[in-house]
Ligand binder design. Structure first.
Ligand code: ADP
Ligand code: MG
Length: 400
């Protein structure tokens, strides 16, 4: 990761300076109300700090997928009240993003005041990263702050284009995320363990390929472990398994071997004949004893304990994907147990633990460890692309 500027690189007193701040306010909604304020809370420190330092804070964000047209139901005014509540401050809503109406509204704002501009994706120039569109927005700012890591995998006008037109800074949430990700995989302290789980190999091929070259221990769990086991000649019964990917998996195993990365596959598993909570057919067995009519739904207790021992020898852990079908008991057992081990090692100071992915965030919360690991990324697509070793355009533009 090359160097990027932060809010510390700006003058302390920003009185009257116009800050164009890209944030993620794509809040989940039901019946016109935000159901989860996590994203708004994440960007609050940056907004409040810039406001306290006297800047006019102009928020840029997308909301839903309006595909370059105005949609009344996708106006960012829908989230205005929720964001005001989180900040405990009034925000002026500006129903444009550039042009004279925008300029007049910003003139009315005083130092420290906050404005929310309309949904960036109402304009086709946003997703096209149209330089003229970006210039129109840049005219309303003295500097640009990106606090939306979750949108950094997209080269859009307000995530990438603006960073090339104005002095650009990472906001506090972006700064924290980039530092955590760098400590986990960019520049980690070895030995590094990666847990990759989840349903399918096919959605995480690039992740597996990248990690097999970068970490010392690659721990495979979840449905994708079945495809790995099958590639090794194990009969996985009627488990979720991508039989067409066994050659690809063999290539990943060979590449890992070449790079000196140990791949950990389970040797005991939890199986059942039907997928339901606490089924009668539930049992634990060796991977070589799975019957034709059984499916693997979690990795077994012995394998889980051995993985805990692996983590004890490691300095860094990066985790994406649950080890089993954790939404349905008791197939959450391995995920919960390993999460607790990782949390305890983190609290002891012997492990840096960074996790991300939609279901992974839910699984770690279910295990009750969300505050005991080093960092949990809620960034979804951007987190996965970063796990794939890709350069994220929004991050690259900040570092240029
Ligand atoms: P993330 O969103 O964290 O990247 P994924 O979407 O890749 O994770 O995978 C999560 C899903 O994988 C969960 O819904 C979980 O139930 C499922 N899963 C995990 N292990 C198994 C398994 N053995 N069989 C079937 N599904 C599984
Ligand atoms: Mg998922």
């Amino acid at each position: 990761m090359s160097a990027f500027k932060t809010l510390d690189d700006l003058p302390q007193d920003l009185t009257g300076q116009r800050a164009l701040v890209r944030v993620d306010l794509n809040l989940p909604m039901r019946d016109g109300r935000a159901t989860d304020l996590t994203r708004a809370r994440a960007v609050a420190p940056t907004i409040l700090e810039l406001s306290q330092r006297g800047a006019k804070v102009l928020l840029l964000a997308h909301f839903g997928r309006p595909k370059g047209e105005r949609h009344s139901t996708l106006s960012l005014s829908e989230v205005l009240g929720a964001v005001e509540g989180v900040l405990d401050k009034e925000i002026m809503f500006i129903s444009e993003i550039h042009g004279p109406v925008t300029a007049q509204a910003i003139d009315i704002l005083g130092p420290g005041d906050i404005g929310l501009l309309e949904n960036t994706r109402f304009w086709p120039g946003e997703e096209a990263n149209d330089p003229e569109f970006a210039k129109g927005i840049a005219a309303h700012g003295d500097f640009y702050v990106n606090d939306a890591f979750s949108a950094a995998h997209r080269a859009h006008a307000t995530t990438e284009g603006l960073a090339r037109l104005l002095p650009a800074y990472a906001g506090r949430a972006m700064e924290k995320e980039l530092k955590a990700l760098d400590a986990a995989l960019g520049n980690p302290e070895p030995p590094v363990a990666a847990v990759v789980g989840g349903a399918k190999v096919s959605t995480k091929l690039a992740v597996l390929e990248n990690l097999s070259r970068r970490v010392q221990h690659l721990i495979i769990g979840g449905g994708m472990a079945n495809t790995f086991l099958a590639a090794n000649g194990v009969d996985v019964g009627k488990s979720l398994c991508e039989h067409d990917l066994t050659d690809t998996v063999k290539d990943i195993l060979a590449a890992a071997d070449e790079a000196g990365c140990t791949v950990h596959l389970p040797y005991d598993v939890v199986v059942a004949k039907e997928f339901s909570a606490n089924p009668d057919s539930l049992r634990t067995c060796n991977v070589h004893e799975v019957a034709e009519d059984e499916m693997i739904l979690d990795i077994g207790p012995q394998a889980t304990e051995a993985l805990g021992d692996v983590l004890k020898t490691c300095a860094t852990l990066v985790w994406n994907g649950p080890l089993g079908a954790f939404e349905t008991p008791p197939f959450d057992a391995a995920t919960v147990a390993l999460a607790k081990t990782a949390a305890a090692l983190t609290q002891d100071g012997s492990l840096i633990s960074v996790a991300g992915g939609g279901d992974t965030v839910a699984a770690l919360a279910h295990a009750g460890v969300e505050n005991d690991v080093t960092y949990i990324s809620t960034a979804g697509g951007a987190f996965l692309e970063w796990m794939e070793g890709k350069e994220l355009p929004g991050v690259a533009a900040l570092s240029a």
